[in-house]
Design a protein around this ligand. Structure first.
Ligand code: ZN
Length: 393
């Protein structure tokens, strides 16, 4: 089965939100965003016998534009200009949301990998029949909440809600409306939970892994969206890390008109040369050569080193050192221990450094370097065991 990202334990999200509120208003005027060559597919999917939640087109139009603006502001702040994911628009200037009626009963599209696959199969069949509606490899699926003894508009759920490859799933319910975002009420808290979740899962669907900011970034910018920002979004400052922004910069639906790149075609794992990680006493310094044209992020986390336990991965964009030579480019970064204050195992126990390589066509490859602190002295280089790169996150 393809790997998918589950959200954090959702029950934890309605407590401990007594943080200062930020006004949640549509920016006025809207930031003018660079036109994109490709757009996100937006599908509103209902099971057989289920009707859309009333007003969905208007509510989701606003929410998607708000989110597009949020990503655009964060890209600009990170130095990539006013760029965001493209949305398909109708001639009237609204987001084009395709309403798709599923063939199966609702129970077949429940919160599970299987429910997601059942839905995606029908979306694929729809795209085969209507190729002009497939605007990119990235699809955002919204389903109405279940209405049963467990779920309703005050407690939505039941349907898939996670990133799944280049797709992501979110849900709709009657009060899923921008006007409640930031409100100090049950509806306001539900909005942060479900719209923050929507923003976070969309990040996964746009190729973003979990990551945390450095101590300095968190002190000034708040909570990273791809850490626990789904619980702060719309209520307190929530940001995209530089590492996330440079992945989005190479995303198909962020590509400006005329970029001409055929996205996600790279299959061959990139070669890494001369990889060293040195402990200086105050930092871990990573340096290596990667194929010219690639870029790399370095991350460091505590155990366990598995999917969905990686929210603590503190991210550092690696910088180019010198120019390319013989098709390879040296990149390096210092990870100061003073920036890792949220990690428990710094200086003791085990940790894992991950290198994420991003090809010019947006394909991604990961190499993990688990290591133990025991016996490590300033000046030592970490032993690097031979290892394979994996593709994807
Ligand atoms: Zn996640």
């Amino acid at each position: 089965m393809r790997r998918y990202m589950l959200p954090l334990a959702l029950s934890a999200s309605l407590v401990g939100l007594a943080q200062p509120l930020v006004a949640a208003e549509m920016p006025n005027p809207l930031m003018e965003l660079a036109p994109t060559a490709h757009q996100l597919n937006v599908i509103y999917f209902v099971a057989d016998g289920v009707e859309p939640v009333p007003g969905y087109e208007q509510r989701l139009n606003e929410l998607l534009i708000y989110l597009q603006q949020y990503y655009g502001r964060e890209m600009a702040r990170n130095g990539f200009g006013p760029r965001s994911f493209g949305l398909p628009m109708t001639p009237e200037g609204k987001v084009e949301i395709v309403l798709l009626r599923g063939k199966r009963p609702q129970k077949d599209y429940a919160y599970s990998g299987e429910g997601a696959i059942n839905c995606l199969r029908e979306i694929d069949a729809f795209f085969e029949a209507h190729p002009e509606k497939k605007r990119s490899e990235h699809t955002f699926v919204i389903m109405p909440t279940f209405y049963n003894e467990e779920y309703n508009d005050e407690s939505p759920g039941g349907v898939p809600f996670f990133g799944f490859g280049k797709n992501c799933f979110a849900l709709d319910y009657a009060h899923f409306d921008l006007r409640y975002l930031g409100e100090d009420s049950l509806r306001g808290r539900l909005m942060t939970k479900w719209f923050g979740g929507f923003a976070h899962e969309l990040g996964h669907g746009l190729n973003l892994p979990h990551n945390d900011g450095t101590a300095s970034e968190r002190a000034t910018l708040g909570t990273p969206l791809m850490e626990s920002g789904n619980y702060t979004f719309g209520r307190s400052a929530t940001f995209l890390t530089p590492a996330s922004a440079r992945i989005l910069d190479r995303n198909q639906v962020f590509a400006p008109v005329g970029s001409g790149i055929d996205y996600y075609q790279t299959q061959e794992r990139p070669e890494l040369r001369d990889l060293t990680v040195r402990y200086t006493g105050a930092s871990l310094d990573v340096s290596l050569q990667i194929p010219a044209g690639y870029r790399a992020n370095a991350y460091i986390q505590d155990p366990p080193f598995v999917v969905n336990q990686d929210y603590d991965n503190v991210a550092f964009p690696m910088q180019e050192v010198g120019g390319p030579e013989q098709g390879m480019q040296r990149v390096a970064v210092q990870m100061p221990l003073a920036e890792l204050t949220r990690l428990k195992n710094v200086g003791k126990g085990e940790q894992c450094i991950s290198l994420l390589l991003i090809a010019p066509d947006g394909s991604r490859f990961r190499r993990e370097l688990p290591f133990a602190w025991e016996g490590l002295q300033p000046g030592d280089a970490l032993p690097i065991a031979p290892g394979e790169m994996s593709s994807g996150y």
